[in-house]
Ligand binder design. Sequence first.
Ligand SMILES: [Zn+2]
Length: 175
Amino acid sequence: MSLIDHAIAANRKNAQHHDPSLANKPAPKIAILTCMDPRVNQLLEWLDIKPADADVIRNVGTAATEDVVRSLMFSIHVLGVREIMIVGHTGCGMEIFSEEAFENHIHTLTGVYAVSPDKFHCYSDVNLVTQKQVLKLRSHPWIPSDIVIRGFVFDLSTGELREVTPKDANNLVAV
Ligand SMILES: [Zn+2]
């Protein structure tokens, strides 16, 4: 059985015990940007954050892309999120390739070049790249300066979260 068929069968069973209050308006307090890697699927649980409290935005490599900003506009300006946590992790697949090597990899597999994606956001240093994502969001004109933005690296070997927020990244609050 495919996993999708498995999911459909499970849904039929689980929907019978569904809590209808889930349809109420969401009220997240925090937005978490992290990797799509399945090894961090339990991140909320590990951080003791209730699912209802977090908008979780994921993509490969924890990149603060245009589309992440698009999601954050709803988190911040519609739903009331006041904190953003960026959580990269050790051993990410994005460390395996350079931009050029990954484009070549796909070209070898497909035989064509394509106009998009323009960038894959490959990197070699998870600490530096996570700091960069903090600063990218920090400098965005549509993210108010009183929104806290902090960066972390989750170590898959130890289970520990290491803060890498650049100095002064949250000192921009107007007084
Ligand atoms: Zn990853």
